[in-house]
Design a protein around this ligand. Structure first.
Ligand SMILES: Nc1ncnc2c1ncn2[C@@H]1O[C@H](COP(=O)(O)OP(=O)(O)OP(=O)(O)O)[C@@H](O)[C@H]1O
Length: 361
């Protein structure tokens, strides 16, 4: 049932704009795959190509090794849950869910049984006779999901399906997607700009930017080994410092920033003019004494954030980083202008290639 997808050198141009620019991507059968990126990066365009609602300008798309470019949307083993949901407002829940099966020629008790099973699957048992207008936002999302699942697709496409729901419902539906993925075994492809959603659900995900894939990996790898400074910033590693130079020392590579030395995770990629040093905030801590410190920086600002406080610390050249400390620790009460000793845990600092973005202020 689950279907593997191969996207080979796919470009989709609208005049001079390349919504997709040479995408190569293999999605494994049965995997939960997410396309993550900010508005305009091309993720919906890619989903449309997979669904058969649009054609690539160049390149090939294969399902289980078969080219599907000429297969129309309604003949593909794919169902889509659109952001707009696209439910028929004048029909009941059961009529909406059963619509596709009816078109396939199913009727009577067989149709009814399938619809009821699908409503059970999304935890809306007995809701069949209700009018769509009497369903809440979250319930409508589930009806849209049931309508797609009832077709038993090998591939389920989810286009920003949680947009517009409140936080509690988002959480509930998110859990539901995970559960349905395990139960159906179908290949799920989610499009979202919400990082939490992507991280919690995906087996693998791709971060897209300007029609290209910046990184394709399992979720934890985006923090462990961000491919470049764009990805680091996207996943919330905000400290990106411009080094004066890179030095190879006995204990490994070091970056010199503002006259101080930061030990880098090795091996380092070859540095170029755009290379930046990313510092993971979770691997930075305030040291007991100056003697045991890796760095000594000056406090420029503290921001109370409830349980935690952000302490901004500056290098001599004006570049800065943020240490996150517990609000009840003495470190949260340091005053501006104070020198603070810092320790870097192993692999806290990584040298990343730039992606044309300016470094953090
Ligand atoms: N029909 C179209 N005609 C012209 N340009 C288009 C068309 N559809 C998309 N584009 C352009 O292609 C690029 C990618 O669009 P796409 O809708 O795939 O982005 P997205 O990442 O899904 O964004 P969003 O999250 O806002 O939906 C954008 O620059 C967009 O303006």
């Amino acid at each position: 049932m689950a279907i593997a997808i191969d996207i080979q050198s796919v470009t989709r141009a609208y005049g001079p704009i390349k919504a997709l620019d040479g995408i190569d991507l293999s999605i494994k059968a049965g995997e939960f795959f997410t396309l993550l990126g900010s508005s305009g990066c091309g993720k919906s365009t890619l989903l449309k190509l997979i669904g058969g609602f649009d054609r690539p300008t160049q390149g090939r798309i294969l399902f289980d090794g078969r080219d599907v470019i000429d297969v129309p949307a309604n003949k593909r083993p794919v169902n889509t849950v659109f952001q707009s949901l696209a439910l028929f407002p004048h029909m009941t829940v059961a009529q909406n869910v059963g619509y596709g099966l009816k078109l396939r020629g199913l009727s009577g008790a067989a149709l009814k049984a399938k619809v009821e099973d699908a409503l059970d699957l999304v935890e809306l048992p007995g809701f069949g006779p209700r009018a769509i207008g009497m369903m809440s936002g979250g319930q409508r999302q589930r009806v849209a999901l049931a309508r797609a699942l009832v077709m038993e697709p090998g591939i389920l496409l989810l286009d920003e399906p949680l947009t517009g729901l409140d936080e509690r419902l988002r959480q509930q539906m998110r859990d539901e997607f995970g559960r349905l993925h395990r139960r159906t075994g179908a290949t799920f492809i989610l499009v979202t700009h919400n990082q939490d959603e992507a991280l919690s659900l995906s087996d693998r995900m791709a971060i897209m930017h300007k029609g290209r894939i910046e990184q394709l990996d399992a979720p934890a790898q985006f923090f462990e080994r961000p491919a470049n400074s764009f990805v680091a910033r996207f996943v919330g590693i905000e400290t990106l410092l411009r080094p004066e130079r890179i030095e190879m020392r006995e204990d490994g590579p070091h970056a010199i920033v503002g006259g101080q030395s930061l030990r880098l995770r090795s091996p380092v990629a070859s540095a170029d003019a755009d290379s930046l040093v990313a510092i993971r905030p979770d691997r930075l801590c305030i040291a007991e004494t100056i003697d045991t410190a890796d760095l000594v920086l000056t406090v420029t600002e503290t921001t109370f954030r409830g349980l935690q406080t952000d302490v901004r610390l500056a290098f001599a050249d004006g570049q800065s980083l943020v240490a996150v400390v517990s609000s009840d620790s003495p470190a949260a009460r340091v005053t501006t202008g104070t020198p603070v000793p810092l320790s870097l845990l192993p692999d806290a600092a990584m040298l990343l290639s730039g992606s044309g973005m300016p470094p953090a202020a």
